[in-house]
Design a binder for this molecule. Structure first.
Ligand code: GLC
Length: 474
């Protein structure tokens, strides 16, 4: 039996800003179920975590966390949920704030969290064999575990969910945060700054990222966000393990948010479409192809491409629904555009889980033309709800969406290669052509029904990384 402790900054159902939370909220369950590992998760106790969870938490202990020349106090709480034990670290100064990220001292907040995880280890009643840390917020815990060896033979895995965000601070903060000798600066520094992502990459025993294609891409300057030399250096320890989704939760046969349950029936899917059209004030017509975009409205998601071709695309007999929040530039553009295209385009600047699922259930197509995409989960959810994904061939999108091929009849969606608006337009028009050719459309839907992205295979891949670490090197 192996003990795995996941360290992360967000996790569903407690706190979520993006796909990282979904992964942390479902991978431990899969590891426990399929691989029989004792997997636990440690998280910051944010103010934003709903009261219904807070009141079930059990207080375990309090301890000092040394940060450079000072001590901060931390308290440890536990909560069992869905068969997994979660630990929460509280500190009023760092985590009793609104939201999750976006503070000037985010770097310091997560250095504190990382340091606190090390101090918490003796209080857990659980001795991890592997500490599995995720994204920049936990890069320093990997470094500290390596340098301080708080538990004998403790191994570390560091997973990159998005290399764009690195947690960068002035180098002068090294003495403020750590009581370490200067020889350790080298492993934490990058381009003259303290860099949490780099620290994780440098110190981890194994590095993973969330798709095989992204694992290749980030070794290249175009995708590596300046860290490609570090990844090239560590290439033999870097692998891509595709994310899964919780197929029990994202299940159109029993999703409580959607009006009509279905397995693969187009008739029932149409009923969901009519319900959404009615709700959003769109012309009610089950035959009109519905395209949806559900995303954070940020540049990464390829929204500039959508802007460029919106007018040309909306000439077609289609409906487009956009759901999400994000940068003002996109929020303004797409909500103005929906005023111009009433009856064709609806933009909803909010994030609402129930509505999102109703859209997946109603849609024929899911559009995701990302500039880069480490894995992407929503194209997998779209497939689960039998909507055909239309994606750009990058990262995990490339690994999960196979373009439909009229000759062989293979493929579960549509894709285009260059970050170019007219390539997107072309593939959108092509998707309509297929929609209007019953022979091909039925074949495509058949292939979509067979697409499977549960955690099963990926949990096995992680389990073998853990056992390689704990048996060969122990
Ligand atoms: C980040 C990435 C996304 C990935 C998710 C979970 O949000 O941008 O592609 O699916 O992490 O790993």
């Amino acid at each position: 039996m192996k003990n795995i402790l996941h360290v992360a900054s967000e996790c569903t159902p407690f706190i979520k800003t993006g796909g990282l939370a979904d992964v942390i909220g479902s991978l431990p369950q899969a590891l426990k179920k399929n691989e029989r590992m004792d997997t636990r998760v440690i998280l910051p106790l944010y103010d934003e975590i709903p009261e219904k969870f807070r009141e079930q938490m059990e207080y375990k202990s309090s301890f000092d966390v040394p940060l450079g020349w000072r001590n901060q106090e931390a308290s440890l709480f536990t909560l069992e949920h869905n068969n997994i034990l979660y630990y929460f670290i509280s500190n009023d100064y760092y985590f009793t704030r609104k939201g999750v990220y976006g503070y000037y001292d985010d770097g310091e907040r997560f250095v504190f969290f990382s340091r606190a995880v090390i101090e918490a280890l003796p209080h857990l009643d659980f001795e991890p064999d592997v500490l599995h840390a995720h994204d920049w917020q936990t890069g320093m815990v990997v470094a500290l575990a390596k340098i301080m060896q708080p538990v004998e033979n403790l191994k570390t895995v560091f997973t990159i969910h998005n290399i764009k965000y690195q947690g960068v601070m002035p180098l002068g903060t090294f003495d403020d945060f750590f009581n370490l000798s200067e020889e350790h600066i080298g492993g934490m520094e990058w381009n003259g700054m303290l860099n949490c992502m780099k620290s994780g990459l440098y110190h981890a025993d194994k590095i993973t990222t969330v798709s095989p294609s992204y694992a290749e891409e980030i070794k290249d300057p175009y995708f590596g966000e300046g860290l490609h030399p570090v990844l090239q250096e560590r290439a033999i320890d870097l692998t891509g393990v595709l994310n899964g989704i919780d197929t029990d939760d994202y299940n159109p046969m029993k999703d409580p948010y959607i009006p009509v349950h279905y397995r693969s029936s187009r008739g029932k899917k149409k009923e969901n479409k009519l319900a959404v059209q009615q709700k959003l004030g769109l012309p009610e017509n089950g035959e009109t192809p519905v395209y949806i975009i559900i995303t954070r409205l940020v540049e990464q998601k390829g929204l500039h491409l959508v802007q460029h071709i919106l007018n040309e695309f909306l000439i077609e007999d289609v409906q487009l629904i956009i759901l999400g929040t994000g940068d003002e530039e996109f929020e303004t553009y797409f909500s103005d555009a929906s005023n111009r295209y009433q009856g064709k385009l609806v933009t909803m600047l909010t994030f609402d889980e129930g509505l999102a699922r109703q859209l997946y259930a109603s849609a024929d197509f899911f559009v995701m033309p990302s500039k880069f995409e480490p894995c992407g989960l929503s194209q997998l959810i779209a497939l689960q709800y039998k909507a055909a994904p239309i994606v750009r061939e990058t990262g995990g999108l490339k690994d999960t969406v196979i373009p439909y091929n009229e000759i062989t009849g293979e493929g579960n969606g549509f894709s285009f290669s260059n970050y170019n608006a007219h390539e997107l337009l072309e593939v959108l028009r092509y998707s309509l052509e297929i929609y209007n050719t019953p022979e091909h459309w039925h074949q495509l839907l058949k292939n979509i029904n067979k697409s499977q992205f549960s955690w099963k295979d990926s949990a096995r891949d992680y389990a073998s990384i853990y056992s390689e670490l704990t048996t060969i090197y122990a």
